[in-house]
Write a protein that binds this ligand. Structure first.
Ligand SMILES: Cc1cc2nc3c(=O)[nH]c(=O)nc-3n(C[C@H](O)[C@H](O)[C@H](O)COP(=O)(O)O)c2cc1C
Length: 171
C-alpha cells in the first residue's frame, strides 16, 4: 500500500472479524516493532503477544478496550534499559521508544489489511501482574489487532483535526 494511503486511510478499529491473523502477517507486525529506532539503540521496548484463549480471556477480563481482537499486543517498557538524558535530570526516552515501536506496528498492520486500536485505557499495574512481567517491566499501551468487522467504520469526528495554525508553530 502507498505510504500516504496508510497514513490517511487508517482509523481505530474497535470491532473485529472472527478470523485469525496469518502467521506471516503477525511476524511482519512484530518485526516492525522490533526494528523501531530507540534512543542510543538501547531497545527498551518489550512486546508481549496475547493470542492464546487463556491470555485473551484474561486481558478482556481486565479491560473492555481489548475488544474482540484475535491478537492483543502489550507494549511495555523495560525501565532498566531506557536512555537517561544526561543534560536534563528526570528526562528519559522509554515512553517515546515504546510509542515509536507501537506506531510502526499500527501502521504495518494497516499496510497488511489489518485494523488496530491504540489503547491506554486500562489498569497498567493489573496487566503487569496478570501476565507476570518482571518488576522493572511496565506496560505502556495495548494494541488489539485483527481484520476489521464488515461494519467497522471510523468513529464520528475521527478526521476532525484542529486548525493547523493551532498545532503548528513555525519560528
Ligand atoms: C495515546 C492514545 C491513547 C488512546 N487510548 C484509547 C483507548 O484507551 N481506547 C480507545 O478505544 N481508543 C483509544 N485511542 C484511540 C483514539 O481515540 C483515536 O486514535 C482518535 O480518536 C483518532 O481516531 P482514529 O484513530 O480513528 O484516527 C487512543 C489513541 C492514542 C493515540
Amino acid at each position: 500500500m502507498e505510504f500516504e494511503q496508510v497514513l490517511k486511510g487508517r482509523f481505530s478499529v474497535r470491532n473485529y472479524q472472527d478470523r485469525p491473523i496469518e502467521d506471516e502477517k503477525l511476524s511482519k507486525i512484530i518485526k516492525a516493532g522490533l526494528i523501531a529506532p530507540t534512543a542510543c539503540n538501547y531497545q527498551p521496548q518489550r512486546i508481549y503477544v496475547l493470542k492464546s484463549e487463556e491470555a485473551l480471556a484474561k486481558i478482556r477480563g481486565i479491560t473492555r478496550c481489548a475488544f474482540n481482537a484475535p491478537v492483543v499486543f502489550v507494549l511495555a517498557l523495560n525501565e532498566e534499559e531506557e536512555w537517561h538524558n544526561p543534560l536534563q535530570e528526570g528526562i528519559t526516552s522509554g515512553q517515546q521508544d515504546v510509542a515509536i515501536a507501537a506506531t510502526q506496528m499500527m501502521l504495518e498492520a494497516w499496510n497488511l489489511g489489518l485494523g488496530s486500536c491504540w489503547v491506554c485505557y486500562f489498569p497498567n499495574g493489573e496487566v503487569d501482574k496478570a501476565f507476570g512481567f518482571p518488576e522493572h517491566v511496565k506496560s505502556v499501551m495495548l494494541l488489539p489487532v485483527g481484520y476489521a468487522a464488515e461494519d467497522a467504520v471510523p468513529a464520528k469526528g475521527h478526521m476532525e483535526k484542529r486548525p493547523a495554525g493551532e498545532l503548528l508553530k513555525v519560528l
